[in-house]
Design a protein around this ligand. Structure first.
Ligand code: NAD
Ligand code: ZN
Length: 241
């Protein structure tokens, strides 16, 4: 890893338009479990796999069960940005990082201070009444029981993209524009199993594709550098200059 981090440092030093593409693995070092690691949600016992519970059909047919899982497994109000989030903020401040494209809904990149964030799957911090459109914060979900309701009686739905729903078109356009204009793309903490998000990295035509993941991914063969390790540990060693 040390040797590889040295190469990552050189790539970042030369980079002028760095884009970071991440997934749930970026937040495991903040204490939020991912889906597909050994201790991820797929390997815990539930009546249904996560992508069934987190689907639009499940939301509308079994909202109580949806919110039970969602509150227990998707909301971590005490999680804080880790070394990876913090280094990306430094890189944005230095004008080297042009965007973060994330599949995460935990809001940690924004909490770290980053502005150029494309949250492909939305955020737990924004919620909308399905009846009147009134907006709510995370409190409305956390401080309620069962199915959260608006004052008007409507169901409050998190602004997260459920399996079966479409991604926001302007978020897709922004994310794909940044990826296509990048000279360095760092793909970290994602199994690249969720579509269409994973396919967006195909728009990259720049020099250096870096993959950071303890496990093998489908992007490894295209990468100029593969770091088999934790993204927080790797990014922590990077000096922004
Ligand atoms: P995933 O669970 O499918 O894959 C996580 C990947 O990260 C794995 O390949 C794992 O090896 C790797 N990983 C784990 N810890 C790592 C670390 N410290 N450093 C580097 N890599 C690490 O995650 P995904 O590809 O993002 O797809 C899951 C979907 O579920 C996404 O759509 C996402 O919205 C959602 N999700 C979000 C959160 C969150 O917001 N934090 C958490 C779980 C799931
Ligand atoms: Zn309402």
């Amino acid at each position: 890893m040390t040797h590889n981090v040295k190469t990552l440092q050189e790539i970042i030093d030369k980079g002028r338009r760095i884009v970071f593409f991440g997934g749930a693995g970026v937040s495991t070092e903040s204490g939020i479990p991912d889906f597909r690691s050994a201790d991820g949600l797929y390997n815990q016992k539930y009546a249904y796999p996560p992508e069934v519970i987190l689907s639009d059909t499940f939301f509308y047919s079994k909202p109580e069960e949806f919110f039970k899982f969602y509150r227990e497994k998707m909301i971590f109000p005490n999680a804080r940005p880790n070394a990876a989030h913090k280094k990306l903020f430094e890189l944005e401040q230095a004008g080297k990082l042009r965007g973060i494209v994330t599949q995460n809904i935990d809001g940690l990149h924004r909490m770290a201070g980053n502005r150029l964030v494309y949250e492909l799957h939305g955020t737990i911090y924004e919620n909308t009444c399905l009846n009147c459109g009134r907006k709510y914060g995370l409190d409305a979900i956390m401080n309620s029981e069962g199915v959260p309701r608006c004052e008007c009686g409507g169901v409050i739905k998190p602004d997260v993209v459920l399996y079966g729903e479409s991604l926001d078109k302007y978020t897709i356009m922004g994310a794909c524009r940044e990826i296509s204009q990048a000279d360095v793309l760092i793909v970290a903490g994602t199994s690249l199993a969720v579509q269409p998000a994973a396919s967006f990295i195909d728009y990259f035509g720049g020099r250096e594709l870096v993959v950071i993941n303890p496990d093998a991914t489908s992007a490894d063969e295209r990468a100029t550098l593969v770091i088999r390790g934790r993204v927080g540990e790797a990014m922590e060693k990077i000096v922004v200059r």
